[in-house]
Design a protein around this ligand. Structure first.
Ligand code: ATP
Length: 661
């Protein structure tokens, strides 16, 4: 596995690549056909295919209305190509309207856009059963279980039994563990989802081939406690197992999220004897294989937490790695995962989970015959060599049945064994791509939507935002935007601390951090803000140190790109500042979701340049948030006092970057 491939699905590097590749696209548009041909090498393709935030290929993005490729401000040709943050050049006024947004990228009067633009994805009309049918989506989506986000539930005591059969929802070991972790109540998403998964006797079995569990899709706000909502039931069900086999697979879009979920899962599973492995490419491939499988090809673990591309690498090359015993498949940050097409992971995973699936590629079967048992599909099982190996380690019921079908005894149609795996999809923003949802082949899914009943009834967008969040916007001129930020950090009334500040790219974040540093140096004793840049240019160790310093309160403001806007749980973030406004509602939701977590208060501040204001307001309106965002007016005098230090910092910055900002 070469390094470039390993890094492909890692967001940590993506922002840079995004810039690089988008930059290249701009140049490529201007280049002659001849130039284009000479550039079209394999290496080039490899780089281009890793340009998107979610690891999906550029081709896939163009063809599949991928979320990232649609995130351009109408009229802003290459939003992630970074004009100088302090540029005094006028930025083209964003154009509006669908025709332009979905056209060839050439506005009527504006400059030609560098990349083709596609229409913004529309929300799934989940309320329309006929449309669901046409889209191949389950009817369950039309009738969500709506849960009030402010609802909490006491942890079930030993005497509390479920309605459906006298089953304890969680055992005393789990209750003790949770209490030790400071969890004394279940949050709304947990109080609604855990009973769905655990409340009947057959839903707690490791195998339930004739009454397989229903799948569950959960849309719940950022910071609402989705991680525990799946960790608790997984540990409760799996703790009854005797032999380690891969029985739960948790997929996440980035390595950082895998590490974070592993931490939570380990604390919940402590004392259960369950073994957990993560598969992300942070370790060498051989080391990961050694964690997954012993010398005889037997599983060493019960739960695998993985990024999808790396998982497929193990599916390809780790002998004995099988998912036939899977009881839980969790897709956390499901919308983003489904937007990734790295390694064709989704169709291949679906094939691995289906005992009757056809082989996907000939070489898969060849590899198996050489000793790998990565696919346990019927055709592969029929090969004697593989069958013998797999039988030695026992087949899951559905696979066993397919195997007996192959030896000539057709199954009783009334008793066809199904895989016992339950799919759990979690997201704060539900995917807009019906084809991707349909391809998951959900089994009679229950759709749980944690959202306030106050939310606009006719609004079928699925942006779940914490109730404890207060949202603000400041409309500023491009030149004064840095000053507006410095004002928020320095104002005498409630200066912002414990803040995350988002810039549009890694480079923009770098420069903003440097500018703030020069500014603070100049102001000296007048109240120095401690800022740090959290960037993909830092090593993993350095990033961990910055995060820790921020958590300890040694850093007041952490400046970053969207690298950490999804899923990362930093406790006590008080403020999220969008220095550059997010290009779409989903990015907004995930950014602001870094604060107001776990029922705490939090604030979101968006610094909107004058020419972006209309687009930003439209975006909020479409996302059903316009009424929630309070406009803050700046007085000229607010900025005046900060101007001398700012101008000094600008000069320093120009000197540092070798150009006039
Ligand atoms: N029942 C609970 N009691 C106390 N704290 C909790 C509880 N459930 C979760 N938390 C805490 O709330 C925080 C947010 O939880 P978590 O990261 O699971 O949210 P999330 O819904 O996955 O957010 P995101 O969508 O941003 O990933 C964590 O710090 C977690 O420890």
């Amino acid at each position: 596995m070469d390094k470039a491939k390993e890094d492909q699905e890692d967001d940590e590097l993506v922002d840079d690549r995004q810039l690089e590749a988008l930059d290249r696209s701009v140049k490529a548009q201007k280049a002659t056909e001849k130039d284009l041909k000479s550039n079209d090498t394999e290496g080039e393709k490899e780089t281009l295919s890793s340009t998107y935030d979610d690891g999906s290929s550029s081709e896939a993005n163009h063809g599949e209305t991928d979320e990232e490729s649609n995130r351009q401000l109408p009229g802003a040709a290459t939003p992630d190509i970074d004009p100088p943050i302090l540029s005094t050049q006028p930025i083209p006024t964003p154009s509006h309207g669908h025709e332009e947004a979905s056209g060839t990228g050439e506005g009527k009067n504006g400059p030609p856009a560098a990349l083709q633009r596609f229409p913004e994805p529309r929300s799934l009309a989940f309320s329309n059963p006929a449309l669901l049918r046409v889209q191949g989506l389950p009817q369950g989506f039309a009738t969500p279980v709506v849960v009030d986000p402010t609802m909490t539930d006491d942890l079930p005591g030993e005497s509390v039994m479920s309605e459906s059969g006298g089953i304890e929802l969680i055992g005393h070991q789990m209750r003790n563990r949770l209490e030790r972790l400071g969890v004394n109540k279940f949050f709304a998403v947990q109080a609604s989802v855990i009973p769905i998964i655990l409340s009947s006797p057959h839903s707690r079995s490791l195998y339930s081939p004739f009454r397989p569990p229903r799948d569950v899709c959960i849309s719940a706000p950022t910071g609402s406690g989705k991680t525990l909502a799946y960790c608790v039931p997984i540990v409760e069900v799996l703790r009854t197992r005797l032999l380690p086999r891969v029985r739960a697979l948790i997929l996440l879009p980035t390595r950082d999220l895998v590490a974070q979920v592993r931490e939570t899962l380990e604390s919940v599973a402590k004392g259960s004897g369950l073994k957990i492995a993560s598969v992300t490419g942070t370790q060498s491939f051989a080391a990961e294989q050694g964690n997954l499988i012993d010398g005889d090809g037997e599983s060493l673990v019960d739960i695998v937490i993985a990024t999808p591309g790396r998982l497929m690498d193990h599916a390809d090359a780790t002998a004995g790695f099988t998912l036939q015993h899977l009881r839980f498949l969790v897709l956390d940050e499901a919308d983003r995962l489904l937007g990734q097409s790295f390694n064709e992971w989704l169709p291949r995973l679906m094939a691995m989970l289906d005992p009757r699936a056809k082989q996907l590629r000939k070489e898969d079967g060849d590899k198996l015959l050489k000793g790998s048992t990565r696919h346990s599909q019927a055709e592969i099982l029929r090969s004697d060599a593989v069958k013998e190996r797999v039988l030695r380690r026992a087949l899951a019921p559905a696979w066993l049945q397919v195997d007996s079908e192959s030896s000539g005894s057709p199954p009783d149609p009334a008793a066809i064994a199904q895989p016992s795996m339950q799919k759990l999809l979690f997201s704060a923003t539900l995917t807009r791509d019906p084809a991707k949802v349909a391809s998951l082949r959900l089994r009679n899914p229950i759709y749980v939507s944690v959202k306030s009943s106050k939310e606009d009834a006719q609004d079928d967008t699925e942006y779940a935002i914490p109730e404890t969040l207060q949202e603000h916007m400041l409309v500023v001129s491009t030149e004064d935007k840095p000053l507006a930020l410095f004002h928020l950090l320095h104002r005498s009334e409630a200066p912002l601390r414990q803040a995350l500040c988002f810039a549009k790219s890694v480079e923009a974040a770098n420069r903003l951090a440097k500018l703030l540093e020069f500014f603070e140096e100049k102001r000296g004793a007048e109240g120095v803000i401690k800022a740090a840049n959290y960037s993909s240019e830092l090593s993993a160790g350095e990033r961990a140190r910055v995060l820790q310093a921020f958590r300890n309160g040694e850093i007041d403001v952490m400046i970053c790109s969207d690298l950490i806007s999804r899923g990362i749980d930093i406790s006590d973030v008080q403020h999220v500042i969008s220095y550059d406004v997010p290009v779409d509602m989903r990015k907004y939701v995930h950014r602001v979701g870094r604060t107001a977590r776990a029922g705490k208060q939090g604030n979101a501040w968006s610094l909107v340049e004058e020419q972006e204001a209309r687009h930003f307001k439209d975006m909020l309106k479409r996302g059903g948030r316009s009424k929630n965002v309070r406009k803050v007016k700046l007085q000229g005098t607010d900025l005046q006092e900060l101007r001398p230090a700012y101008e000094h910092a600008l000069e320093q910055l120009a000197h540092r970057f070798g150009r006039q900002p």
